[in-house]
Write a protein that binds this ligand. Structure first.
Ligand code: CTP
Length: 397
């Protein structure tokens, strides 16, 4: 964080009061901070407060009304290593998504070349509104990192998702981005995600409940840290994260072929996919009819892709596996780590509430090859992914 130039954008939300603490954390860590406010933000907190904590003048208007001097939005956008918009209101996010420039903050956004992080803050219904969702998607597709809001009591008195993340969490994400960027920048990474489908006949398959969200979030976090990421995805109805090359596959054997193609060039491999352990010995070419009185489907094991990667691991390659367990979680995960020659295993227990398949949140325990464990409490999969990437960047040599 030392000597990093961080431009903070503050928009009209009650969460603006938290930005004071955020700026203090960033300054304490050695960052240089400048602040831009929208006119609406000034209704919630004074420019004077933010000028005092940032130790820099605060920009609000494109020009100074007293002497007509111009605030150069291009120069500010070029100055910053990071543009952090916190809080980001629904209104500002909508304008950012649609290229509007009717205040100084928006013109800086349009002319900035650095990474942009937005920490939304709004009421739960605004957060859940389809227009907010599609605006966020537009921004994410263009590389803006969205720190999803937390759930809890809101200014309206309602309970739900919409609270801006706490300053220490935003600080960690910023730190993470800067910290991991220098280590992972340009490194080739391979990530697998989602389930696999093993055909029974042209209509039916054996599959599992994996949504792919965890693996996609890891690919996104690695790309945000500057890695060159290939994502091999089983059938998952998710958007490709910004900057990631995606290869779609269906079955375990297609996944194995795709992984083999990219594994030897990859410095880092994260196997988050829930790959089938068994497939039908023979998929019927025609639809199996009810009248056929089917009694059984014979299965055969698939290849364990990760075990193969562990056996052929090249010098300097860092291999991360997942273990999804319902019982004897830790011993099972440690056994998998050893058997598959992994550097790190991410343990998911289906006994944890809000964790595992389908949820937007997860709770994981990391175990490295020295047997050191670290548990990340329940958090969004995106947040877990950022923390995991930070951990990997601290272990990879
Ligand atoms: N994996 C793999 N190939 C398979 C099955 C699993 O590469 N055919 C990988 C997964 O991507 C994951 C890890 O192995 O990173 C562990 O998967 P998991 O299903 O938890 O364990 P298994 O080794 O399959 O053992 P079990 O199902 O008996 O628990």
């Amino acid at each position: 964080m030392r000597d990093k130039k961080i431009l903070i954008g503050v928009t009209g939300s009650i969460a603006a009061y938290k930005t004071v603490h955020l700026i203090r954390l960033l300054k304490k860590a050695g960052a240089e901070v400048r602040v831009i406010m929208t006119p609406a933000a000034c209704e919630f907190i004074t420019p004077l407060t933010l000028s005092v904590v940032s130790e820099n003048p605060v920009c609000i208007e494109p020009f100074n009304k007293a002497d007509g001097s111009w605030n150069n939005h291009v120069e500010l956008g070029m100055w910053a290593d990071l543009f952090l918009i916190a809080p980001a209101s629904a209104n500002t996010l909508a304008k950012m998504a649609h290229g509007m420039g009717d205040n100084f903050l928006l013109t800086v956004f349009l002319s900035s070349r650095c990474r942009v992080i937005a920490a939304p803050a709004m009421d739960l219904d605004m957060w859940n509104h389809p227009s907010s969702k599609s605006n966020l998607k537009i921004l994410q597709d263009r590389g803006v990192i969205i720190l999803e809001p937390a759930t809890g009591s809101l200014a309206s008195g309602l309970e739900g998702t919409g609270r801006m993340q706490e300053p220490d969490i935003i600080f960690d994400s910023v730190n993470n981005l800067f910290g991991t960027v220098s280590i992972l920048k340009g490194k080739k990474a391979l990530v697998t995600a989602g389930p696999t489908y093993e055909a029974i006949d042209p209509v039916r398959y054996i599959g599992n409940r994996s949504s792919g969200k965890m693996g996609f979030a890891i690919a996104e976090a690695l790309a945000a840290a500057g890695a060159d990421v290939v994502l091999v995805a089983g059938p998952a109805h998710l958007e490709t994260p910004y900057g990631v090359t995606r290869i779609d596959v269906v079955s375990a054997s297609e996944m194995r072929t795709a992984v083999k193609k990219y594994s030897s060039r990859s410095r880092l491999i994260v196997m988050a996919a829930a790959i089938a352990d068994y497939r039908p010995v023979k998929a019927s070419a025609l639809k199996i009819k009810k009248s056929g009185n089917l009694q059984e489907i014979r299965l055969e094991p698939t290849d364990d892709i990760l075990e193969g990667l562990g056996a052929d691991k090249t010098k300097g390659q860092f291999l991360v596996g997942f273990a999804l367990e319902t019982d004897h979680e830790l011993p099972n995960a440690i056994q998998k780590l050893k058997k598959k020659n992994l550097d790190l295993i991410v343990l998911n227990s289906l006994n944890d509430k809000g964790a595992g398949f389908g949820f937007d949140t997860n709770k994981v325990t990391l175990i490295d090859k020295k047997g050191k464990t670290e548990t990340f409490g329940l958090a969004t999969k995106k947040e877990i992914a950022f923390r995991l990437v930070k951990k990997i960047s601290s272990l990879i040599t």
